[in-house]
Design a binder for this molecule. Sequence first.
Ligand code: PEP
Ligand code: MN
Length: 338
Amino acid sequence: MVIVMKRDATQEQIDRVVKRVESVGLKTQLNLGEELTVVAVIGDKTRLGDIPIESMVGVERTMPISAPYKLASRQFHEEPTIVEANGTKIGGKKIIVMAGPCAVENTEQIVHIAKVIAKSGATFIRGGAFKPRTGPYSFQGYGEPALKMLAEAKKETGLGIITEVMTPHEVDLVAEYTDIFQLGTRNMQNFYLLREVGKSGKPVVLKRGFSSTIEEWLLAAEYILAEGNPNVILCERGIRTFETHTRNTLDLNAVPAIKELSHLPIFVDPSHGTGIRSLVAPMSKAGIAAGADGLLLEVHHDPDNSMTGDGIQSLFPDQFDQLMQDLESLVGAIGREI
Ligand code: PEP
Ligand code: MN
């Protein structure tokens, strides 16, 4: 349920409503919009019993939220959420591009790729220090040394860092280095991890689970939001279907669907969504045309020798540069900037 306050409601009236709701053990979150203040009631609303919230001074109306997620819902928060990381605003008019290798391999590699993508217009360097691999014998990432390499790439270029965190106990460590946590497809429903990054308050890119519905994905986002962290960016990265030609099926339906259902920014990752280098640029353009706020892309200067199997889906630097130029002409047609 949300409580919509009157336009002229005073702070004191808002505080009184919040206090009343919290007095029965429920939690609240405020959306102080430009026009209206909305109070979200979190928890089992039957606890409110007969309390006449609707008739409290300053209250305009109460409204049930039909979706099981509340804070992620457009009904609670009508304006799009803008997430800020390393001085970049994500979710506004400007399309934001995050790019880099699947995994951080050495300082030279990550600094080189960071310089190349920065020159083409990316604003974040990606690269895994902790890699969620399907098999236990595959390269698992270099851990903290790789985080230090990312920090070096940031120092050299000014790019922000996005890197994956896999376990709750590594959240503090990764937070020391990164500007944005990446939560991978395999961890979308790791509820302890969701809560932990929620507590940290740092921006999070929450990738869609490869077998998850849009509703399950928004409920995963809700775990982060419910801890008081509003800085959630969703990322469609492909789902499992019967199709085997591509690594996954990039579900671009999800982009406008998320825009209808939620206020959170939405990104597309066509690298994992297709698994095929030649499909990455076309599907990047399709994602932006569908309304995505940004892209998460794998780029490698020597993909044949990359340490994960994801070289086959990594763009070469010149392909990345071409894509960025192509996007420049595309975004004008849809009222965006890059
Ligand atoms: C990645 O970004 O390299 C990655 C492992 O992504 P996903 O979680 O989408 O598979
Ligand atoms: Mn990868």
